[in-house]
Ligand binder design. Structure first.
Ligand code: NCD
Ligand code: ZN
Ligand code: ZN
Length: 348
């Protein structure tokens, strides 16, 4: 039987929500992952270190008994964010990154940044203290086609920002295009990219062919096949600038299956099985550890985990629940549309 042991992975982009959904979903991450960068787009968002400290406590309180898991907290950047509060959060060890949502770009982002000039004092302070900025890299201009929003963001927002503040460390989150991959590869430094599980597996056909399939809708929206292939090449290359950020984003089914469904795909339960499948297909099982467990810690200045997990390839497909039941309703689990044979069998 084939087995694969790697250092315990981390998830560098995760939505855990709050309340009953948090309680229902957290075990799906803490079962396999040691740490995760927790996205701050709650309602209302996590904007101050006081908010982040309280949210961290709620996450820890929701953990299944016996699970060891460290939530790495982020602040939701607004035009009113106080640089001193951010610096204090960093110094106390509470804050791992600050998150930029262009206003209106995605779920709960209406309070995000409209005019980046207004956020410059905070960004300058972050550059000075070495605190990374995580960006949802899409423009929201109505004239720009939804499939082009990442490429246009790179050209009109990200590249100018990097020229203005070359010392600012930026994580381009959930890269979905070959343009994004090329931009990161060609950058001189201070830029890295997280890649989701689902963007390695689906292209835009999954959303639209044979009927409209809301459980494959996320933002940035999945692109053409050539982009998926570019993401696969980057993720499996071993290049330290690319690492896993699942962007697992639970929404209860009624909010997905309706006339104006939410963006977000819930991949936490089967992410490691999906990734082992993808990396095996690419003849790169030996690079899964770099992608899921090593490159992220280096970028965020943390040590890799000492513990390990072991995956085993089974003859029979591994069963995952179709839905995760939560106190707020069911959340559909990502279906990769092929059988999964890799299973996490051991955690040390
Ligand atoms: N990825 C998504 O489609 N949705 C995320 C927000 C985000 O990461 O953009 C969410 O919070 O639901
Ligand atoms: Zn996003
Ligand atoms: Zn996200």
């Amino acid at each position: 039987m084939k087995t694969l042991t790697l250092r315990r992975p981390d998830d560098w982009h995760l939505h855990l929500r709050d309340g009953a959904v948090l309680e229902g979903v957290i075990g799906d991450t803490s079962r396999h992952f040691a740490r995760a960068i927790i996205m701050p787009n709650l309602v209302p968002p996590v904007v101050t270190t006081t908010d982040a400290r309280a949210y961290r406590e709620r996450i820890l309180a929701a953990l299944p008994k016996g699970d060891r898991f460290e939530p790495l907290m982020t602040l939701y950047l607004t035009e009113h964010t106080d640089p001193d509060d951010v610096e204090e959060g960093r110094k106390s060890g509470l804050i791992t990154a600050v998150k930029l949502y262009p206003a209106g770009a995605t779920t709960n982002s209406h309070g995000g940044v409209r005019n980046i000039d207004k956020a410059m004092p905070v960004l300058e302070r972050m550059a000075k203290i070495g605190l990374p900025l995580c960006v949802h890299g899409e423009v929201t201009t109505p004239e720009v086609d939804v499939f082009d929003r990442e490429a246009v963001f790179i050209e009109t927002v990200l590249d100018p920002l990097r020229k203005r503040l070359p010392d600012l460390k930026i994580t381009m989150e959930h890269v979905t295009t070959a343009d994004g991959i090329d931009y990161i590869r060609s950058s001189g430094g201070n830029l890295a990219g997280s890649i989701t599980t689902h963007h390695l597996i689906i292209n835009r056909n999954a959303i639209l062919v044979g009927g409209i399939r809301p459980h494959y809708y996320c933002l940035p929206v999945a692109k053409r096949e050539n982009h998926r292939l570019a993401l696969r090449a980057a993720a499996t290359s071993g290049d330290a600038r690319f690492f896993l950020g699942t962007d697992s984003a639970p929404h209860v089914d009624p909010l997905k299956e309706c006339a104006c469904g939410c963006a977000g795909i819930y991949t936490s339960p089967n992410t490691m099985s999906c990734l082992a499948h993808v990396f095996e297909e690419e003849n790169a099982l030996d690079r899964l550890e770099a992608f899921a467990s090593l490159n992220g810690p280096v970028w965020y200045g943390l040590a890799p985990n000492d513990e390990t997990i072991t995956l085993e390839k089974r003859v029979e497909p591994v069963k995952f629940p179709d839905k995760r039941e939560t106190g707020a309703g069911p959340v559909t689990v990502f279906d990769p549309m092929f059988p999964l044979h890799w299973d996490v069998v051991e955690k040390r």
